[in-house]
Ligand binder design. Structure first.
Ligand code: PLP
Length: 344
């Protein structure tokens, strides 16, 4: 075995969805963009539908078509990028609900697929996606005449509960939607944790389902075990890997492990990351290569056959911190080369 073993616990994802659902009295959807944060949109969609989810969000129409194929007719599948040119056939054939982000998208939708449901995404201050307040004022009557199924917006700083941006966006969202009789949605994972004022009619958790911050009570979802290919002994003063980046300060025993930055082990991890032999931490030394990392296992007995980089000893956010990034990026970077195993 020379590929790493990525284990994805679907029952933990379902339990995380149920825990987030229990924090509100409204509908809880599930965000499956980027192949369910790298974990596999189709098995994750099926597990969450079984747990009770009826609304799903994806980034682009192609992802929506894949989720529809996994779930069959019934569940609402919403596309965050809206109705782009070229999306019309996918939207119609797979019964997708675009979240319209601009006047152009609204006109395209009404012209091309007038019978197809849609939502409207408003920009309440993040300046990324959605209609600006002035744009919305201009097309509000037309849009409401076509019966949108959902009004949404997205929070920029919801992982920081005390950030004044949260209240500012909440107020803007309420101003833009208070006299509209359409279900509303503002909160992703962070917004659920901000409390009831942010919940409205539907929440849209993503990262919390997959075991990441800011949902500190999430059950861990992924474990990643890396096979050891070779082990060698070094004398003090010998160097390891590209650029001689690590010099053995003592007679060291080095394991070469089959996974590298092509598998999502971000190159910036080198030098600050640990992997685990059962519960014993072993530092990654030297540069992360494309397909390999090197680990100091001096003093470890017996020689390990695999080393764990994600699992009970280290979660996605701990690994992210060592790499100077966030759990979202660790998850979505997990490579296609890992052998995947789903536990139900
Ligand atoms: C990614 C995303 C979410 C989910 O966010 P998490 O922080 O992962 O919970 C919800 N809504 C929109 C618009 C998004 O882009």
């Amino acid at each position: 075995m020379t590929t790493a073993n990525l284990t994805i616990d679907l029952s933990a994802i379902a339990a995380n969805w149920q825990a987030l659902d229990a924090m509100t009295t409204c509908e809880t959807s599930a965000v499956l963009k980027a192949d369910a944060y790298g974990l596999g949109a189709e098995p994750v969609a099926r597990a969450l539908a079984k747990a009770g989810a009826r609304w799903f969000f994806v980034a682009v129409a192609e992802e929506g078509a894949a989720v529809r194929a996994a779930l069959g007719p019934g569940p609402m599948i919403c596309v965050l990028s809206g109705h782009m040119e070229g999306d019309t056939d996918l939207i119609r054939e797979h019964d997708l609900i675009p979240m319209l982000n601009s006047i152009d998208q609204l006109l395209r939708h009404v012209e091309a697929t007038p019978a197809q449901g849609f939502g409207v995404q408003l920009d309440s201050g993040m300046n990324r996606l959605g209609m600006e307040p002035a744009e919305w004022a201009a097309v509000r009557d037309i849009a409401l005449g076509q019966m949108p199924v959902l009004m949404t917006s997205h929070l920029a700083c919801s992982d920081e509960p005390g950030h004044p941006m949260n209240i500012k966006q909440l107020k803007t969202f309420i101003e833009l939607t208070s006299d509209i009789d359409v279900p509303r949605s503002l909160a992703a994972t962070g917004g659920i944790l901000l409390g009831q004022n942010y919940h409205f009619d539907l929440t849209r958790p993503g990262i919390g389902l997959y075991g990441g911050l800011p949902f500190t009570e999430a059950q861990p979802v992924v474990s990643l075990d890396l096979p050891v290919i070779q082990i060698r002994d070094l004398e003090a003063g010998e160097t390891v890997g590209y650029d001689n980046a690590w010099t053995a300060p003592y007679p060291a025993r080095i394991a070469t492990v089959a996974a590298g930055y092509a598998d999502g082990l971000i190159r910036a991890m080198g030098g600050r990351t640990q992997v685990f032999a059962d519960d014993i931490p072993c530092p990654v030394v030297g540069r992360v290569s494309m397909d390999l990392i090197t680990v100091d296992i001096t003093g470890l007995e017996p020689d390990p056959e695999t080393l764990s980089i994600l699992g009970a000893q280290q979660d996605v956010d701990e690994l992210a911190e060592a790499a100077g990034t966030i759990g979202y990026e660790i998850l979505t970077s997990l490579g296609a080369r890992h052998k995947r195993e789903y536990i139900a």
